[in-house]
Design a protein around this ligand. Structure first.
Ligand code: C5P
Length: 231
């Protein structure tokens, strides 16, 4: 299991100061909409300047027509990131287009399909998708798997069933982790570290419990140590 630290702070400087305190750790760094819209690709260079071995997860959640998805992944490849997201609900054709564009690339980024956002509860999910979360995540995963996407973004509540259905190599990335039972904020389907381990999550994403902590460095160390312990 790998830890992705979400850089969702209010300024470039705050994000980089946070990373500076975490630079001795083996972590993935998640750059989402807030940071990327504000700070652009230069920000990715600044992350690597702090520690070149940080892996970068660019969480832009692509959702568009297939042609635009394909063109966008070509541009993303030039950024040299290690993992990207698209929405499974953008459909088979769009996901397929992205995977086709990556075929000729030597070290392509991992592509993860977002299924049900962890901020959805059953009621708000049904309003949009007219299905229950667990069944729809399975449907999305089937589609993503069939076109060669590397894995899905889901909650820990769905991760284990996905592993059972599609095998170990089909990755799960689980946000809304509250490692030691911290407050959930806007997230509805949260899980702690133990849940994430039992759910066989490959990547956990942690934002606020780290960057809002009094001592983010200590929390990260504690998370990494706990991740090493058996279930
Ligand atoms: O602060 P918190 O730990 O809730 O942050 C979760 C991060 O994971 C945010 O950056 C959010 O955009 C992202 N994310 C999510 N749910 C998804 C996909 C990504 O919360 N399904």
């Amino acid at each position: 299991m790998k830890l992705c630290v979400a850089l969702d702070l209010a300024s470039r400087k705050e994000n980089l100061d946070l990373l500076e305190t975490l630079k001795d750790n083996e972590i993935w760094v998640k750059v989402g909409l807030r940071s990327f819209i504000r700070d652009g690709k230069e920000f990715l260079h600044s992350i690597k300047a702090i520690n070149p071995s940080f892996k970068i997860f660019l969480d832009l959640k692509l959702y568009d027509i297939p042609n635009t998805m394909g063109d966008s992944i070509d541009e993303i490849v030039k950024l040299g990131v290690d993992m990207v997201t698209l929405h499974a609900s953008s459909g088979r054709e769009g996901m397929c287009e992205v995977m086709e564009h990556l075929k000729a690339i030597e070290n392509p980024p991992l592509v993860m399909a977002v299924t049900a956002l962890t901020s959805f509860d059953e009621k708000s999910f049904f309003e949009v998708y007219h299905n229950d979360i667990s069944s729809q995540v399975l449907e999305f995963a089937k589609m993503a798997f069939s076109v060669g996407v590397n894995g899905i973004v889901c909650s820990c509540l769905e991760s284990l069933q996905i592993k059972k259905a599609f095998g170990q190599d089909f990755l799960t990335l689980t946000p809304a982790i509250r490692p030691f039972g911290e407050g959930s904020g806007d997230q509805k389907r949260v899980a702690n570290l133990q849940d994430a381990k039992e759910a066989m999550s490959d990547f956990i994403v942690v934002g606020r419990p780290i960057y809002k902590a009094e001592n983010p460095r200590a929390i990260v160390r504690k998370i990494l140590e706990s991740m090493e312990l058996p279930c």
